[in-house]
Design a binder for this molecule. Structure first.
Ligand code: SF4
Length: 372
């Protein structure tokens, strides 16, 4: 059914002004420097030894990184991998990170929730989160005793920046008794105000698990529209959007199909409805990757952040990718250089007020504990 209503900051005259958590264009919050020994910068020269030591890693990315670029990356990759062992650190990389990060320095790759959950299973005391700020917060929520570092705390997200905890309280006043579901792409401050979190993989299941006729679903209006199309629960939405996925257009997809009617098109549910209407499959990043692994299409258009197509192609070079390339500028703040810097200096550490963290963690754990 169509969504029952969509609200945004302009709908609340009494809304307090202030900077959003997870601001997309500025530092979400000043992360305090962790005190600890800063290590000297290692040599980053391209030498025969570096070439030999990194040759197996280049094999993983040779289909997506030209040989001429490898000598510029390999010394930093080697230094990061040596340093993370020395520091007892683990590197988590989101599917939208560049291949030299995702395939060459990350210990765990995946979507934001996979990363945070997997991190609870490792023994490392330090987590370096190669993703955006709300992901690092989620890792910290689920790993409160570990040191969580983000190489650039300005890595925000337009969805997380679209809503504050105060906005959630205003929505609750307007719709008393209606439970609130928050997409994981929200700040810890927002997670602390809601009943339960969801991902793009389990959003419909989470909404239906509440057993109510109406649910407030935030902050992505397009994911809310997609969920509403799959359930009889009335969905009240927020006006947020992912600035990467909302740029795709249905006409772009039609042009791909006219050029090659055999092409397969798969899209993320953060895209607008006219885009999803053209797709052969709609799913989260994890579901999209599994779909490609199982189907092995000859030619594929992947409608999501551009680097994910590179990461899948590195693994499955027989799949030809046609890419309308929309990059996430916030994900791209994370680079090999600042990952190395983060490991050398143990900055920038992610911290969350413990009382707020307890409430936010409950929303995430309630989702994780849902029976499949
Ligand atoms: S791709 Fe969209 S949802 Fe993901 S971090 Fe970037 S702005 Fe946020």
């Amino acid at each position: 059914m169509p969504i029952a209503g969509i609200y945004g900051p302009d709908d609340f005259a009494n809304r307090p002004q202030g900077q959003h958590q997870g601001q997309a264009t500025a530092s979400p919050r000043a992360a305090p420097a962790r005190t600890g020994p800063t290590l000297p910068t290692p040599s980053l020269a391209w030498t025969p030894e570096v070439a030999r030591a990194t040759a197996p890693l280049y094999e993983r990315v040779k289909h997506v990184i030209p040989p001429i670029e490898w000598p510029l990356m390999a010394p930093t990759i080697l230094a990061i991998n040596e340093l993370k062992r020395a520091r007892g650190a683990v590197i988590l990389a989101h599917n939208y990170q560049a291949p030299e990060i995702f395939h060459c320095v990350a210990d765990i790759g995946g979507d934001s929730l996979q990363l945070a959950v997997e991190a609870t299973k490792v023994k490392a005391g330090i987590i370096v989160q190669c993703g955006v700020h709300f992901m690092a917060e989620t890792s910290k929520l689920l790993n409160p005793d570990k040191t969580v570092l983000i190489p650039d705390s300005r890595a925000g997200c337009s969805l997380a920046a679209s809503i504050t905890g105060a906005d959630v309280r205003l929505l609750r006043e307007k719709f008393p008794g209606v439970p609130v579901v928050a997409y994981v792409n929200t700040s810890a401050e927002v997670k602390a105000e809601v009943d339960i979190c969801c991902t793009s993989s389990n959003a419909v299941q989470v909404v239906e698990s509440l057993g109510t006729r109406s649910v407030i679903f935030l902050p992505d209006r397009y994911l809310a529209t997609y969920v509403a199309s799959k359930t009889d629960v009335k969905i009240i939405a927020w006006k947020g959007a992912c600035e990467v996925h909302e740029r795709f257009k249905g006409e772009e997809l039609r042009a791909f199909r006219e050029a090659d009617p055999s092409v397969q098109i798969i899209a993320h549910p953060e895209c607008p409805p006219d885009v999803l209407a053209e797709a052969d499959f709609t799913g989260s990043t994890a579901h999209m990757i599994n779909w490609v692994r199982e189907r092995r299409p000859r030619r594929l258009v992947m409608i999501t952040e551009c680097s994910m197509a590179d990461n899948v192609r590195a693994e499955l070079p027989d799949v030809e990718m046609l890419r309308p390339c929309n990059l996430c500028p916030h994900m791209k703040r994370i680079t090999l250089a600042n990952i190395l810097e983060s490991l050398l200096t143990l900055r920038e550490e992610v911290t969350i007020d413990p009382t707020l963290a307890d409430r936010a963690r409950r929303s995430v754990e309630r989702m994780i504990n849902l029976k499949n």
